[in-house]
Design a protein around this ligand. Structure first.
Ligand SMILES: [Zn+2]
Length: 135
């Protein structure tokens, strides 16, 4: 299970809408308690691809975020990105680029009027949806 406080969900959503028509992206960090991931901070990064079909995290911002996590004693838990025109599930490229089986990969779809956010584990090209609680 992964828990995303509503204020962070709002931050992700606002950033994703601002970046339209391109994909938006960022990182999630927090703590693991009894096997559950609790997100304590989200990072809104620049998609250096400036594309509506894929994303790459800005390497400098990525490094700054990792330093900030260390300073705040929280752990990297994964990343998030938006799908402006497709459903909330990993694309073939997303699967190919998912190198960390411990990470949570969150995908926010803005395809429909109501945004959809899901969180996934990806291991050896196999996708498993994980329970996501936004509150
Ligand atoms: Zn994607």
């Amino acid at each position: 299970m992964i828990k995303l406080p509503k204020e962070f969900y709002e931050q992700i959503l606002a950033h994703a809408k601002k970046e339209l028509p391109n994909e938006a992206c960022g990182l999630i960090a927090g703590v693991i308690e009894d096997g559950n991931k609790i997100i304590k901070k989200v990072y809104l990064l620049t998609n250096v691809d400036h594309s509506n079909e894929h994303f790459s995290l800005d390497p400098k911002e990525h490094l700054a975020a990792i330093k900030d996590m260390r300073a705040n004693q929280i752990a990297p838990l994964g990343n998030w990105h938006s799908h402006p025109e497709s459903p909330s599930r990993p694309s073939e490229e997303d699967k190919r680029l998912a190198y960390d089986p411990k990470a949570s990969y969150m995908i926010l779809s803005l395809e429909k009027e109501t945004p959809v956010l899901n969180s996934f584990h990806i291991e050896n090209n196999e996708v498993t949806k994980e329970e996501l609680i936004i509150e």
